[in-house]
Every structure is written in structure tokens, then in C-alpha cells.
Design a protein around this ligand. Structure first.
Ligand code: PAF
Length: 283
């Protein structure tokens, strides 16, 4: 497997792939790879000649320094996992902060038609500027034909689609279904940091949003939101940060349901100091 630590070498290698007319799929990650990443990479492998995977904990998308410091960094086991998926067809880009940002570790401001002000944007200040900055930069270096993103970060997926549209970036963006553990917990690199009692409690998140989906069939968004809030108020270990039912196009909270629109429920929960997010299609 080819592993690139600096962009100059990677850019030169991508030039050779492009002149050989190879198609490039891309999964950007922050490492601590799990089955969810594996499923994105496998999908990409079935649709492209080469799969590029970046492993980079991007400092500019963290509004919480402690979260950045504690974010798992497991490059050796990540590479091991990738080797089991495909030794020949995967290339890895694992840059340093300096390779990406030089001396200027800051993000650019992006306007995503207001999508950035909802949910994660409201609770994680500057997060989507950081995401836009790194993803745009990675797209410029890797120059993929297609990039794959998980729907667990549904708002991020919408924002990346908006980013490529607004900046005329020639990358096809594919959203992939949420990969869950057997007990329903959405796969996330942060799950590895959960203490056992919190890991045991965490499937309550999916169980509750699944029940919310049932209720949304007959009840108002307001009723369902109150019901979910009450379930978490009664829970000893999990703290609800937000539960929102939103229109999937605008990501704005639903005031009045319409059967012409598609809705999704979004949730963010603290399990101790670990922030977990999830979402579910409602109709
Ligand atoms: O979803 C993630 O892991 C990150 O936000 C991404 C897209 C790799 C950018 O750092």
C-alpha cells in the first residue's frame, strides 16, 4: 500500500493516475477507522480504479481544544485495517498539520446558503468553516472523481454538496447509509473513547430516535420533540444537547408538517464528555 506523508509526492502520483485515465474514489477521514469507514471504502473500491483515503485530524474544525487533543490517533492500526480491505488499490494520505496548513492553521469562511447556521453549526462554532477548508484542500490535492461521505454526518454531507456546487469543484459526492453496531449505535471514531457504562447506555440514542420516527407518523414535530426531551431528562447517563426535526433540504426545524416534504430527526448527546450524533429519515 502506498502511504503519502506529503502533498508534493501525492500530487505527482495522482498526475500519473490521471494520465493513465484511472478513476479515483476518495474517503476523507480523521482516522481511528472502523467498519463504517470500511463500508464507504469498499463501495468506492467497487466503483473506481483507485481509492484514496486521507487520515488527518483537522485542527480547524474543532471548537473544543480538549476534544482535539483527545481525538484518537491510530495510524498504524488504520493502515493495518486498510491492508485487509485492499493492499493494491488503496492509497493513503496521512499529512502533518504543516503539510496542509503551513504556518497558517486557520480556516476560510464559507457560505453554504444558511445550512451552516443550523444544528452542528449552532453548537460547534466555526466547525463547518474548518470542514470546508480541509475538504476543499484535500479535493485539490487528491483530485478524486467521486468522494464518499457517511450520512451519520448528514449536515456535513449536505454542506459538502453545497461546497462543490458553489465552487465548481468537479467531484461527484455520494452519501452512504449510516453503519451501526449490532445494538444500533451509529459507528463513530469517538465510540472507542466511551467508558464501558456509557458504551452500554449509548444505544438508547438510536432506540429513542427510532421510537420518535414511529410517533412522527401520527403526532406533530413539536409533540415528538418534547417526548424525546423527556426521555433524556429521565436518563441518568446521557445528556441531550439537541433533538431537532428538520426539512432535509433546508435543515430548518419543522414548524408544521407537510406531506410534500421530507424530514429527518437529528440528535446530539453527551455521554460523559463524549459527544455523539445520529439521525434518522422520518418519511
Ligand atoms: O467526517 C469527518 O471525519 C471529517 O469531518 C472530514 C470530512 C474527514 C474532514 O476533516
Amino acid at each position: 500500500m502506498r502511504i503519502f506523508k506529503n502533498k508534493t509526492d501525492l500530487i505527482a502520483y495522482v498526475d500519473t493516475l490521471k494520465s493513465d485515465k484511472k478513476t479515483i474514489g476518495f474517503v476523507p477521514t480523521m482516522g481511528a477507522l472502523h467498519e463504517g469507514h470500511g463500508s464507504l471504502i469498499s463501495k468506492g473500491l467497487s466503483e473506481n480504479d483507485v481509492m484514496a483515503v486521507s487520515i488527518f485530524v483537522n485542527p480547524t474544525q474543532f471548537d473544543n481544544q480538549e476534544d482535539l487533543v483527545k481525538y484518537p490517533r491510530t495510524l498504524d492500526s488504520d493502515v493495518e485495517l486498510l491492508t485487509t480491505i485492499s493492499e493494491e488499490k488503496i492509497i493513503v494520505y496521512a499529512p502533518t498539520v504543516n503539510d496542509i496548513y503551513g504556518d497558517n492553521v486557520t480556516s476560510t469562511s464559507f457560505f453554504y446558503d444558511g445550512l451552516e447556521h443550523e444544528m452542528e453549526g449552532r453548537f460547534r462554532h466555526g466547525h463547518f468553516d474548518g470542514v470546508g477548508t480541509i475538504v476543499k484542500r484535500l479535493f485539490e490535492i487528491v483530485r478524486p472523481d467521486t468522494a464518499y461521505f457517511g450520512e451519520k454526518d448528514f449536515q456535513q454531507l449536505m454542506i459538502i454538496k453545497k461546497l462543490v456546487e458553489k465552487h465548481n469543484i468537479p467531484v461527484n459526492i455520494i452519501g452512504c447509509k449510516i453503519h451501526r453496531a449490532k445494538d444500533g449505535l451509529a459507528m463513530s471514531s469517538r465510540n472507542t473513547r466511551l467508558k464501558p457504562e456509557y458504551r452500554e447506555a449509548a444505544p438508547f440514542i438510536f432506540k429513542t430516535i427510532k421510537a420518535a420516527k414511529e410517533k412522527f407518523g401520527t403526532k406533530s414535530a413539536n409533540y415528538v420533540t418534547k417526548w424525546v426531551t423527556q426521555q433524556f431528562a429521565k436518563h441518568d447517563l446521557l445528556d441531550l444537547e439537541y433533538f431537532i426535526i428538520a426539512d432535509i433540504k433546508t435543515l430548518k426545524t419543522v414548524k408544521r408538517k407537510s406531506n410534500k416534504k421530507a424530514y429527518r430527526a437529528f440528535i446530539a448527546v453527551y455521554a460523559d464528555d463524549i459527544r455523539l450524533i445520529d439521525n434518522i429519515a422520518l418519511n
